[in-house]
Design a protein around this ligand. Structure first.
Ligand code: FE2
Length: 425
């Protein structure tokens, strides 16, 4: 028997050791000590072999635009939205595409091979929608790019958002988005959740809404989202992004809300890097962290992932497409420091995010798409601690990125020269 590639001697995220044999673009076998020939052998001994990173919340039409036409001085969500509004008329098809493709290159080098990106549908020119649909096609052999029709300026608040959002879905955008907390009134927000979920149900699509991205504890649109999910039979297909108001909600109300979300199988995607810098901006001290209640949702059996949201755009001045940065920040803000919780944070930026996006072809088992990573770490927790180097990135059976292990060569007085790698303990 022979294979196209064997990744030998790696440790899987569950700490078992196995070789991974690949034929064409599929995983053919995951077993210890596979005895067979292969066209290509990747030595993963001592390394973690994991499925690729997945980002379930991003804005690829805005990425890498930091400073155009100016920076966000207050750091608030609302100034970011205003600034994006200034930038929108300046966008060109070519510039959006070029920045998105540059970001996809960064993503590949970081082992990030599936991205759900919102695309702003409040532009009568449909420029970003067209550009990102082209990008989706161009990167399809190495990145699963899923697009969400996102009426950034409000489904009702922006006069043409409704027709433009529906048009984007007609053009091939595959997930229905929304922003109920940005509509003019709570009632408009509630109605927008209802109508957008109805549109998704009619078309057989998934829903992923920016929901309650505010510090206002009375922003309770997630309740309506769970209700409509139940009413329309969308269980397991609806995600609430951000849900930051839950941080500030009354505990009694949350004790009713979380079982409703669990019953409706509504998942949640906080975006720790963004939530920690954008929320609490109107506070003095104590200053709220603003991230939603991650351990509490997990305890209720709600599926939770972590998203990146922004890299170098009107809302966030940093970022490198590294989902280990996202897991690292999420772990800290949610205080998930037990060994089991830290491992869970790694799962959240891999398998849990993949489940939220509905990626059926994802995972390290025979028959699945042969996309995987060799990481310079012994296990998932070490990968988060080190934001481990992605030594080898394999997409659909092909090596698409390689980089050497990071190390420091120490030259200390009175000591022999030595190479320090991984900071093992
Ligand atoms: Fe977002």
């Amino acid at each position: 028997m022979s294979f196209d590639m064997i990744v030998r001697g790696g440790t899987l995220p569950d700490r078992t050791k196995a070789d991974i044999a690949i034929r064409g673009d599929r995983i053919a076998a995951v077993e210890p000590d596979i005895e067979a020939e292969a066209g290509q052998v990747v030595d993963a001994s001592g390394c973690l072999v994991s499925p690729p990173f997945v980002d379930p919340h991003f804005h690829m039409d805005a990425t890498l635009s930091y400073g155009i036409p100016r920076i966000n001085k207050s750091g608030t969500l609302l100034e970011g939205i205003g600034l994006w509004g200034e930038l929108k008329p300046l966008l060109t098809h070519e510039a959006v595409k070029e920045r998105a493709l540059a970001y996809c290159d960064w993503a590949v080098s970081m082992g990030l091979l599936a991205i759900r990106s919102h695309v702003d549908t409040c532009d009568d020119r449909h420029l970003a929608v067209e550009a990102l649909l082209e990008v989706k096609k161009e990167v399809a052999s190495y990145i699963d790019l899923q697009l969400v029709a996102f009426p950034q300026d409000g489904f009702y608040r922006s006069p043409t958002a409704r027709e433009n959002t529906i048009r984007a879905l007609d053009m091939g955008v595959e997930v229905v988005g929304g922003i109920p907390h940005f509509e003019r009134t709570m009632e408009d927000g509630r109605r927008s959740v209802t109508e957008l979920c109805e549109i998704a149900a009619e078309r057989g699509l998934r829903v992923d809404m920016h929901c309650d991205e505010t510090d206002d504890p009375m922003s309770r649109h997630v309740e309506q989202l769970a209700y409509e999910t139940q009413r329309l039979g969308l269980q397991g297909r609806v995600n609430g992004s951000h849900l930051t108001s839950m941080h500030s909600m009354d505990n009694y109300y949350v004790s009713k809300l979380l079982p409703l979300m669990a019953e409706a199988q509504v998942s949640a995607v906080p975006n720790p890097l963004i939530n920690i810098v954008i929320q609490g901006r109107h506070d003095t001290y104590p200053k709220r962290r603003g991230m939603t209640r991650v351990p509490e949702m997990l305890a209720h059996g709600i599926r939770v992932g972590f998203g990146q949201d922004c890299v170098l755009d009107p809302w966030y001045p940093l970022g490198t497409a590294d989902m280990l940065d996202v897991a690292f920040m999420g772990l800290h803000v949610a205080q998930m420091t037990s060994p089991a919780d830290m491992k869970r944070c790694f799962d959240m930026v891999t398998v849990e995010n993949a489940a939220i996006m509905g990626l059926d072809d994802y995972g390290l088992s025979a028959g699945k798409k042969a996309s995987l990573l060799v990481l310079d770490a012994a296990d998932p927790v070490e990968a988060i601690r080190l934001r481990a180097q992605r030594l080898c990135v394999i997409a659909s059976g092909k090596i698409v990125s390689e980089r050497p292990a990071a190390h420091a060569r120490l030259r200390l007085p009175g000591r022999p020269d030595l190479v320090s790698r991984r900071h093992e303990h």
